[in-house]
Design a protein around this ligand. Structure first.
Ligand code: PEP
Ligand code: MN
Length: 353
């Protein structure tokens, strides 16, 4: 159930409504929008509570949300959520580009790739220090040292950083080093991990499980939101279908569907979504045309020889830069802001120091 308040409501009135809800033995979650404030009721309330709340001053309406997820739903929060990380805004009309290797390999590798991501106009450096590999004999990542290498590269080149966290025990150390924490497809329903991520405020990019429905995906996001962390982005990264030509089937439909059902930013991952380098560019463009709020793309300086993982789907630096130039032209046509020049200018300033 949610309480929709009148646009002019004062903070005192909101506090009264919250205490009324809490006295009924359920929790209240206040979400302030520019026009109105919505108060979510979490827990099983007595049927009479809705009627009592309707009579309170400042309440416009009380609506039952029948979906199993509440805080993630657009009914609860009609406006797009915009996550501001050190001035980079994710959500709404901003297009955010995250680029980098599948895995952090060594200091020189991540530093050089960070330089190229920034010069191309990207805002976020991606790279896994802990890798969830399908087989136990594949490269598992360089671990905590990799977090440090990434942080250094991000700071030097003026990029935010995103890295995957696989277990609740590593959440704090990953959050100390990275600006965004990624939950991988294989961990979308690792509920202990999701609960732990709900206890911090670091933004989380939650990848869709490769066999998950939209409902399951949004319920996974709900775990993080219900724990108290409102900074969640959803990521479509391809699902498993009968087709074997591609690694996964990038579900482009998920982008507008999720944006309709939820207020959270939706990021597309055409790298894992296709598993083939030549398909990354068209699917990246299609994702932006479908309304994605951002892209996460694998790029490597030597994808065919030295990359420790996912080389076949990683773009070469010049392909990445060309894609971003093309997206700069496409973005305004579909109502998004993206400016590679601004990032280029910043990259140049860093380089001069
Ligand atoms: C990754 O981003 O490198 C990754 C492992 O992604 P996913 O969890 O989508 O497979
Ligand atoms: Mn990868």
């Amino acid at each position: 159930m949610i309480v929709i308040t009148q646009p002019t409501i004062t903070d005192e009135r909101i506090a009264e409504i919250v205490s009324h809800i809490e006295r009924a033995g359920v929790a209240a979650h206040v979400s302030r929008g520019t026009d109105r404030t919505v108060i979510g009721i979490i827990g099983k309330a007595e049927p009479t509570l809705a009627e009592h709340l309707r009579q309170l001053k400042g309440v416009e309406n009380v609506v039952k949300i029948s979906k199993s997820y509440k805080l993630a739903s657009r009914d609860f929060h009609p406006e797009d959520t915009i996550i501001d990380i050190k001035g980079v805004k994710i959500g709404g009309s901003n297009l955010v580009i995250m680029g980098g290797p599948c895995a952090v390999e060594n200091e020189e590798q991540i530093d050089e790739i960070a330089r190229l991501v920034k010069a191309a106009g990207g805002q976020v450096l991606r790279g896994g220090a802990f890798k969830p590999r399908t087989g136990p004999y594949s490269f598992q990542g360089v671990g905590v040292e990799g977090l440090e290498m990434m942080r250094k590269a991000g700071e030097k080149h003026g990029l935010l950083t995103i890295t995957e966290v696989m277990t609740p025990e590593y959440v704090d150390i990953c959050a100390e080093h990275a600006d965004i924490l990624q939950v991988g497809t294989r961990n979308m329903q690792n509920f202990d991990l999701l609960r732990k991520l709900g206890t911090i405020q670091t933004p989380v990019l939650l990848k869709r499980g490769f066999s998950s429905t939209y409902d399951e995906f949004l319920n996974a996001a709900e775990y993080i939101l219900a724990g108290g962390n409102p900074n969640v982005m959803l990521c479509e990264r391809g699902i498993r279908t009968f087709e074997t030509y591609t690694r996964n089937t990038l579900d482009l439909t998920a982008i507008p569907v999720l944006q309709g059902l939820s207020h959270l930013p939706v990021i597309s991952d055409p790298s894992h979504g296709t598993g083939r380098r030549e398909l990354v560019e068209p699917m990246a463009k299609a994702s932006v045309a479908a309304g994605a709020n951002g892209l996460i793309i694998e790029m490597h300086t030597d994808p065919d020889n030295s990359a420790t993982g996912d080389g076949v789907q990683s773009l070469f630096p010049d392909q990445f830069a060309q894609l971003l130039k093309d997206l700069e032209k496409l973005a305004p046509i579909v109502g998004k802001n993206f400016d590679t020049k601004k990032e280029e200018a910043e990259a140049f300033a860093v380089w001069q120091r």
